[in-house]
Ligand binder design. Structure first.
Ligand code: MSP
Length: 652
């Protein structure tokens, strides 16, 4: 947790030459998560996002579309703002570099740098990449011509230019990196930056005369043909948004706690930006955190391939919170990530459905069945102190992880209390305790599960706000600073309440919900070919199918706990079972075992089950699995784990 009162969090400002894709959504959702946590924990928070609207590239995009540059910028900027609004991104300000306040602030900064001798006029000759809005020294070009960043052809530009004395700041920058080991996150990226700066810094050309769409120089310089280099203009947004150079009322938020960026724009943020700030006499940001690159199904995204992930489509199909969870859980911050519908579906069905949704369901089921929905935490300490201690030990680790950008580890650790609760139910078996008349213990067990869900949903709120609020509603509390303080900081339990049943939060997803891309289709075709091959092998072996280990693993075998058992009326063979296999809802199984087991014998025991059979109907009842059993002349015997195992444990 930052040790100061004000927390300022920023995203990059996005170019208005295209609509938002998964990369933009990723940075913005991380920033939103930090901002939400920061506010919930009582810190005065300012969260900034916006659009970067100047430069030759945008001028050219507008021309191709036959629009005025301003109209074009207005249109695309609005698509970003609308998307963030629809995504409930909790920004405090949406800045546009075409805002008058911003332009005034940038001009003020230019004057300050000029007056303190950090800007001089000269002639620039060099290779310029229009697409990246960057000059590159010849030594960095590919084949002496192509941009090292995007691979496009560079143009030679020779023009009068103002320069910023970047070289003057080389030693001061190195000192900053050395004295602040966390200034660039992840730390491996800091080493890259240090190596680059140690290689020597050239002064930086910061104005252009070959196009017009940019911020003009301050009037007193009387040099109207120059506009400012887009990166000087763009980086300044982080302070002009707080009023730098105009109404400075929000400047107390400066310095930023973190600038969240993608790894491709690290150089601008970790070298140019701190040097500009040093020249302006402003403090430097606490952290610059660079995340990795997203690909789709293992391939780079591009419009021509038609595989760009549209965040709105994904959120509409799979749910916004689920998408947020996936993005933050799937990749370690700083690493590259791959988006595939399969990976997203796996996260939803497994982490969210089986671990979280199922636990809520178990709680509502148990408390309704035994206590008419009443939950009381009075005796939780008496019976389950060890579980409470284990849970608190996990929760304590969370906050630092978030502020160190270890968000995937934050979520991983947050799942530990869920597993503590799920295991406690399996271990203490409330149905057996009830049979033994230990009602108090069962009530306390429900209390334990409720407390765990309350604390987890509070800490999950920054990542999955809507879902967490739904869980909190079931548990009759409100997620805000007061409850964070009560449940997390003070480590208190919940008071008594009557819970309400809600529909399952994460209905199981069986098939991809969006049209498949070329490479997804290729994967499906390969799967079909494998099936065909398997058929032929079976034929060759004259009916005795030899299978490979991968085919064996296509059968999902799981340990289940029978939580309800009754006779099927009018049937001499069938029992109707509800089997918990660690999913959100128990599976209903119609089992032909009545000749050997009574409903009472099997209730509360563990079984082994085929979990991925197509559902079938027996005597009009849906059966969603098959129990493993061995039958010989002496009768039938169910196959069971030798020692108790958590419901849902895979067999294999
Ligand atoms: N306008 C500049 C930023 C100026 S900040 C003072 C810019 N804009 S951008 O729209 O091109 O990119 C914005 C962000 O999106 C960058 O952080 C970039 O790293 C990120 N991404 C672009 N493509 C991406 C992926 N495929 N994956 C992850 N992030 C990606 O740069």
């Amino acid at each position: 947790m930052p040790c100061y009162k004000n927390v300022y969090i920023t995203t990059p400002i996005y170019y208005v030459n295209d609509i938002a894709h998964i990369g933009h959504a990723y940075t913005t959702i991380i920033a939103d998560t930090l901002a939400r946590y920061s506010r919930m924990s009582g810190l005065d928070t300012f969260f900034l996002t916006g659009t970067d609207e100047h430069g030759q590239k945008i001028e050219e995009s507008a021309k191709t579309k036959g629009k005025s540059t301003q109209a074009y910028a207005d249109e695309i900027s609005a698509t970003f703002k609308n998307l963030w609004n629809d995504f409930h991104i909790s920004y405090d300000k949406f800045i546009r570099t075409t805002d008058q306040d911003h332009k005034t602030g940038v001009q003020k900064a230019f004057s300050v740098m000029y007056e303190n001798g950090d800007i001089y006029k000269d002639v620039y000759k060099g290779h310029y990449c229009i697409s990246c809005e960057t000059f590159f020294p010849k030594t960095q070009l590919v084949d002496d011509e192509f941009c090292p960043e995007c691979g496009k052809s560079t143009v030679i530009v020779e023009e009068e230019s103002y320069f910023f004395k970047l070289s003057k700041y080389q030693d001061k920058l190195l000192e900053w990196y050395h004295n602040n080991p966390d200034c660039i996150l992840p730390k491996s990226k800091r080493n890259e930056v240090i190596r680059f700066v140690e290689g020597g810094l050239d002064d930086l050309s910061i104005t252009r005369t070959s196009f017009d769409w940019g911020v003009k120089l301050p009037e007193n310089l009387n040099d109207p043909k120059h506009v400012m280099y887009v990166w000087l203009d763009a980086l300044m947004n982080y302070v002009t948004a707080l009023g730098y150079g105009t109404d400075e009322k929000n400047m107390h938020y400066w310095p930023a706690h973190v600038h969240l960026i993608g790894k491709d724009i690290l150089r601008f943020h970790a070298i140019y930006w701190p040097a500009f700030l040093m020249s302006l006499g402003l403090p430097l940001p606490k952290h610059i955190a660079a995340h990795g690159w997203w690909t789709r199904d293992g391939e780079k995204m591009s419009k021509s391939k038609g595989n760009v992930v549209n965040p709105r489509e994904v959120a509409d199909a799979y749910g916004l919170d689920n998408f947020r969870y996936f993005l933050l859980r799937e990749v370690p911050f700083g690493g590259d990530g791959d988006f595939s519908q399969k990976a997203l579906i796996d996260r939803i069905n497994s982490d969210l459905g089986n671990d979280l949704g199922n636990l809520l369901n178990r709680l509502t089921g148990m408390s309704e069945k035994y206590f008419e929905g009443n939950v009381n935490c009075t005796d939780v300490n008496k019976f389950y102190q060890a579980e409470l201690d284990e849970m608190e030990a996990s929760l304590e680790k969370l906050e630092p992880m978030l502020f160190e950008m270890q968000i995937h580890r934050y979520l991983e650790e947050l799942w530990r209390p869920l597993s503590i609760a799920n295991k406690a139910i399996d271990r203490y078996q409330p149905w057996t305790l009830m049979k033994e008349g230990k009602t108090e213990e069962v009530m306390a067990l429900n209390g334990l599960v409720a407390v765990i869900l309350a604390k987890v949903s509070t800490m999950l709120y920054p990542v999955m706000p809507e879902t967490s609020v739904k869980i909190a509603n079931v548990l009759c509390f409100k997620i805000d600073h007061a409850s964070w303080n009560h449940l997390i900081k003070q480590k208190n339990l919940l008071s008594s309440f009557v819970l309400e049943k809600i529909p399952p939060l994460f209905p199981r997803i069986e098939e991809p919900l969006l049209a498949q891309t070329g490479s997804e289709n290729k994967k499906s075709e390969a799967k079909a070919a494998r099936k065909e091959e398997q058929k032929t092998t079976e034929q060759k072996n004259e009916g005795i199918a030899l299978i490979g280990i991968d085919q064996f693993f296509q059968t999902s075998l799981k340990v289940g706990t029978v939580i309800e058992a009754e006779e099927v009326p009018k049937s001499s063979k069938l029992l109707l079972l509800q089997v918990d296999i660690g999913e959100e809802n128990p599976r209903q199984v119609v089992a032909g075992i009545k000749e050997w087991y009574s409903a009472e014998d099997i209730l509360g025991t563990q079984v082994c089950m085929v979990a991925n059979l197509k559902p079938a109907k027996l005597m009009g009842l849906k059966s969603e699995g098959m129990l493993l059993a061995a039958k010989d002349s002496e009768g039938l015997s169910l196959i069971r784990p030798e020692k108790p195992k958590t419901a849902g444990t895979p067999i294999g």
